[in-house]
Ligand binder design. Structure first.
Ligand SMILES: NC(=O)c1ccc[n+]([C@@H]2O[C@H](COP(=O)([O-])OP(=O)(O)OC[C@H]3O[C@@H](n4cnc5c(N)ncnc54)[C@H](O)[C@@H]3O)[C@@H](O)[C@H]2O)c1
Length: 322
């Protein structure tokens, strides 16, 4: 495999690269991002390029005929795309089309894995999202992702790329610092109290969220890259909802307190944010994943397990910093 990852220095790009490096069939991984990857120089198979993917010449430079897989992760996230419409249109939409077009010109057999989001859904949603549930985004980010999904599907239908879209649940618990995603608080209300820091829950604590651990999301994105072309051909529309589990902020906090054995509730405030509540409240709360599970994608078993896995990694990281 010769892999290109756009947004390769980002959270998912870094974790995906680490997973790819464990495979012996991966010959080369080109990471492209406007930021330097922390993995630069860590493995001879990594080529790290600090370039802007909105520029056509850069796209032409990196999509070469020998590339077998493009994981397209570069994006600005939900609240950022909502506050900067023009930047969102360029990075989230135009760049995806330019990449698809370059794959078409260079090598139509490239497996193109596009990272979409639950934000493509919105409006009056059914209690359970089914494969045929229509995309009706309630944000600019969701709209940009939805248009890209249609493009990936049509380029694949035409045989211009070997494409697949994976809609990611909200990733929880994400390590590191808060970001500009509307859902950033979902990780923050656990991660910050565990580190002795304050965090705000801007939505009703009984809001049902659809989440997945970073480990399962990475395994599933990788699976989307490896799944056979014959299996993909059976899909009418090339978008899949990655499996997740349903949980509310109140349930997450209760689990944190009981599993950690300490009452960390006082670190959490509940200052309502109407914009975040509107965006996150418009996302699906439950998804039927029968098709995805039958295709070999995997789900977390419970929030307790997600929490325990994060706690172990968090403690290890703190140990390293000492
Ligand atoms: N993390 C989640 O919960 C989640 C949920 C749904 C969808 N997604 C999608 O998954 C993908 C990756 O998300 P992430 O959490 O790793 O985000 P991230 O912000 O950590 O990574 C995105 C990367 O894209 C890079 N980038 C932005 N503009 C660029 C440009 N012009 N040229 C090159 N690189 C550029 C950024 O520098 C960043 O490193 C995104 O497409 C996001 O929309 C993430």
């Amino acid at each position: 495999m010769k892999v290109l990852i756009t947004g390769g220095a980002g959270f998912i790009g870094t974790k995906l690269t680490e997973a790819l490096l464990k495979r012996t069939d991966v010959e080369k991984i080109t990471l492209v991002d406007i930021h330097e990857s922390t993995l630069t120089g860590s493995d001879p198979r990594i080529e790290s390029l600090k370039i802007d993917m909105t520029i056509q010449q850069n796209i032409e430079q990196v999509i070469t005929a020998d590339i077998t897989h493009v994981f397209h992760l570069a994006a600005i996230v939900s609240s950022h795309a909502e506050s900067d419409f023009d930047l969102g249109m360029v990075i989230n939409l135009t760049t995806t089309q330019l990449l698809l077009e370059q794959c078409r010109k260079t090598n139509p057999n490239i497996r193109f894995i596009f990272s979409s989001s639950l934000a493509v859904f919105g409006g009056q949603l059914p209690a359970e999202i089914m494969p045929m549930t229509a995309m009706q985004p309630s944000s600019s980010y969701g709209t940009q992702k939805a248009i890209c999904e249609l493009l990936v599907n049509d380029y694949s239908r035409k045989g211009f790329v070997n494409g697949i879209t994976v809609r990611l649940p909200t990733i929880c618990i994400r390590p590191g610092k808060p970001n500009k995603a509307a859902s950033s608080f979902v990780s923050g209300i656990i991660r910050e109290p565990l580190n002795g820091e304050k965090s705000n829950c801007p939505v009703d604590s009984s809001l049902k969220l659809w989440i997945s651990s970073p480990e399962k999301v990475i395994a599933n994105i990788l699976h989307a890259g490896l799944i056979s072309t014959e299996k993909l051909a059976l899909l009418n529309f090339k978008s899949l909802n990655l499996p997740g589990i349903q949980v509310t902020p109140a349930e997450m906090i209760k689990t944190m307190n009981s599993v950690s054995g300490q009452d960390l509730s006082s670190f959490i405030s509940y200052e309502h944010d109407p914009q975040i509540s509107q965006i996150v409240g418009s996302w699906p709360q439950c998804i039927n994943n029968d098709i995805e599970l039958s295709m070999g994608f995997i789900a977390d078993s419970s929030f307790t397990d997600i929490f325990k896995s994060f706690e172990v990694n968090n403690t290890n990281q703190k140990g390293c910093e000492l």
